[in-house]
Ligand binder design. Structure first.
Ligand SMILES: Cc1ncc(COP(=O)(O)O)c(C=O)c1O
Length: 377
């Protein structure tokens, strides 16, 4: 959202070019809302959503733990005051030397989804804890995470048993129900599978300890989404259903839900044109596009709310596109975006709910456009 603080910052500072402004007060509120909704669950902020040092420092000071995808993210967290015992190396695809580096930095919790990765962890970080990620169907998610990560529950049983035999601590099971998950019940199906893995390993004499419930908690874009409390209730209900009164330790890894709503991008209308004299649809070109940070408009998956100085005027459909000389740099065309007919070249607009998965998705300089600037206030 563009909070009053964000609007005041843009009005006073007049930053040149497109930029993301993140309001730390919203990040704090979101952290506290997660903590209230899932009081017995540890929060591992998914650093990939927005690794700005100010955000990491705030979350570290609030007591958050961190889910990281690379050694660089681990170093960013440590630099921001997050200790290694509060860091999980959550990427299932790691170089062995990166596992060793993470281990040397003190990290002792690693994600795996196959025996080959377990063997790497056993060699490079002996004696540490591993959890195995299982595949989910991603149904109900606006940004599903596909089949790239995770394995079948049957394979997870073998992976965790191998971890145990190799001297690692077979710690638990993780899953991700898909990002921007609007169905609070999505965790139920995944927890049913996770409980099956717990039971199978218990029969083999191995007691798992933890379920990593992943991310998936949504940001409000154009449509309403359930409150975080509704997710907390649904997850607690599912834990009771599948684990009875032996509920394991749980962690969540919110990324989008933590920072998405905390930021807005200031952008500018560069051109408004039509493709023929009788074309009913205007093309609106912004100074930011897919390569400048709006990569999640891929397949028109994420539809950001847009505020213009002419809101309230009559609206008509537009194709929205970025400024680069690349035909892929179109944000919304299949489903045109309604914008005021009075919109003009040079107007400044606000792209809201843009705090997650934007700055780090920006190219380093495609077509000579600078990476997305960011201010954290
Ligand atoms: C392992 C892992 N955890 C957490 C997240 C964060 O997910 P979300 O932004 O939906 O909260 C991701 C996102 O890709 C992920 O890969």
């Amino acid at each position: 959202m563009a909070t009053d603080r964000i609007r005041a910052f843009i009005a006073e500072r007049r930053p040149e070019g497109p930029c993301l402004v993140v309001d730390l007060d919203v990040v704090r509120e979101n952290y506290l809302a997660f903590a209230r909704a899932l009081p017995d669950t540890r929060i591992y902020y998914a650093v990939k959503a927005n690794p700005a040092p100010e955000i990491l420092r705030l979350l570290a000071s609030l007591g958050s733990s961190f889910d990281t995808a690379s050694v660089t993210e681990i170093e960013q967290v440590i630099a921001a005051g997050g200790t290694a015992d509060r860091i999980s190396f959550g990427n299932t695809i790691k170089k062995e030397r990166d596992i060793a580096r993470a281990h040397a930095l003190g990290v002792d919790l690693f994600a795996v989804d196959c025996i080959e990765e377990v063997e790497k962890v056993a060699r490079a970080a002996p004696g540490t804890r591993v959890f195995c990620r299982i595949l989910t169907d991603g149904v109900g998610a606006e940004w599903p995470l596909s089949r790239k990560f995770g394995c079948s529950p049957e394979m997870a049983i073998e992976v965790l048993e191998r971890a145990h035999r190799l001297g690692l601590a077979a710690w638990g099971v993780s899953f991700h129900v898909g990002s921007q998950q609007r169905d609070t019940e999505a965790w139920d199906r995944a927890l049913a599978m996770a409980a099956g893995v717990f039971r199978a390993l218990a029969e083999r004499g191995i007691q798992l300890r933890m379920v990593n419930l992943g991310g998936g908690f949504p940001t409000r874009y154009l449509n309403d989404v359930p409150e975080v409390g509704a997710y907390g209730e649904a997850i607690f209900g599912a834990l009771r259903r599948h684990f009875g009164n032996r509920i394991p330790e749980t962690i969540i890894e919110p990324g989008r839900g933590m920072v998405g709503g905390a930021g807005a991008i200031k952008a500018e209308v560069v051109l408004i044109s039509r493709k023929s004299a009788d074309d009913p649809v205007r093309w609106v070109y912004l100074d930011i596009g897919k390569f400048g940070g709006l990569a999640e408009t891929m397949d028109e998956a994420i539809r950001y709310p847009i505020r213009t100085p002419r809101d309230g005027d009559r609206v008509a459909p537009c194709v929205l596109a970025g400024p680069t000389c690349d035909s892929a740099d179109v944000l919304y065309e299949r489903e045109p975006y309604e914008l005021p007919v009075s919109l003009e070249i040079g107007d400044e607009i606000l792209i809201e709910a843009a705090g997650a998965y934007t700055t780090t998705y920006a190219s380093v300089g495609f077509n000579g456009f600078a990476p997305l600037a960011a201010y954290v206030i």
